[in-house]
Design a protein around this ligand. Structure first.
Ligand SMILES: [Zn+2]
Length: 325
């Protein structure tokens, strides 16, 4: 009798291990996207998560300046929906564009994703922009924010100040208030970030994009960090955009993403929409110069260093890394 019990216990244990192993294997296999659990233990129901995310999204909409150009917003939403369809997430998504030159994108629990215009000015191809969005979708799919809140025993995420919510690239706001942020949230953490990179690469690939665009985007961020060390460097303290992260992504692409004959790298629509955004920003600059000329003018002498703004249209040429051996 006792032996049987032990046997039953053993087989349940091995079944559990086998299921966990099976899921682990699936997590490395992009053909299993949508057919695997990437969420892990969570103390919130999906419904509760969506409700909290919705509440927070309302807060963002009140505090941030949303882009109101329908061509830009519709396009970004369409790119996002295509990525979401190729992800493990089981919640409906909304993608909104924040009119902010800081390079950033962030996701709230339950599928509310925000993309700064600064991401589009920095990303030179649709695939590069999509790589950042795929990373955010991965945070939602793996339910990182609520898992983190479970660990920290936060009853309702929506009661947290928005400053807790990070983003793909820009932690400037959080950095500014870092003293007030509990470590449990700041450590949102290398593990989750690495997982979002890993799953994001798979979603990017599954949606038909060239996954090496993520590497290009990392390189772009590293060069931005070098160009603007004062304003950018600290931003990466919890999510360093360093060589390790880049090499890890390269290795993962080689290991788990079988080469396809064709990838989407860029689209003419992206070039058009980005051009539209840059034109809007240029118009604004012209208007502010006109305004400025009415008052005292401070001029920078030619060749005295980087431009004072963050329009990002003077990127150095970045060499593409060739992943094919
Ligand atoms: Zn992230």
């Amino acid at each position: 009798m006792r032996l049987i019990c032990v046997g039953v216990v053993l087989s349940i244990a091995s079944l559990t291990v086998a299921l966990a192993d099976d899921n682990k294997g699936k997590k490395d296999d992009p053909s299993q996207i949508g057919n695997r659990d990437v969420g892990g233990f969570n103390c919130y129901s999906i419904d509760k998560e969506i409700a909290m995310g919705k509440q927070l999204a309302g807060e963002v909409q009140r505090q941030a300046k949303l882009m109101d150009d329908p061509i830009i917003t519709e396009y970004v939403n369409r790119v996002g929906q295509n990525l979401a369809r190729n992800s493990d997430a089981k919640v409906p998504f909304t993608f909104q564009v924040i009119d902010d030159p800081v390079l950033n994108a962030f996701a709230l629990p339950g599928g509310f994703v925000f993309v700064n215009t600064g991401l589009m000015t920095a990303a030179e191809t649709e695939a590069e922009m999509a790589s950042a969005m795929a990373h955010e979708i991965a945070h939602v799919a793996a339910r990182h924010m609520t898992r983190q809140a479970c660990r920290a025993q936060v009853a309702n995420i929506a009661t947290l100040p928005l400053i807790f919510l990070g983003g793909w690239g820009g932690y400037a706001a959080r950095q500014a208030a870092s003293a007030a942020i509990p470590m449990t949230f700041l450590s949102f953490s290398r593990g989750y970030e690495a997982e979002a990179d890993y799953l994001g690469l798979q979603y990017l690939y599954a949606a038909g994009y060239d996954p090496t665009a993520a590497i290009d985007m990392f390189e772009r961020m590293m060069s931005l960090e070098t160009r603007k060390p004062g304003s950018i460097a600290k931003v990466f303290s919890t999510h360093p955009m360093n060589d390790d992260r880049l090499k890890k992504a390269q290795a993962e692409i080689r290991k788990i993403l079988p080469q396809k004959a064709e990838y989407v790298v860029n689209t003419s629509e992206y070039a058009e929409v980005r051009g539209r955004l840059l034109a809007i920003e240029n118009q604004r600059k012209l208007r502010s110069v006109e305004k400025d000329t009415k008052g005292p003018v401070l001029r920078r002498s030619p060749g005295s260093g980087a431009p004072a703004d963050d329009s990002g249209d003077d990127h150095p040429t970045i060499k593409r890394r060739d992943l094919v051996e």
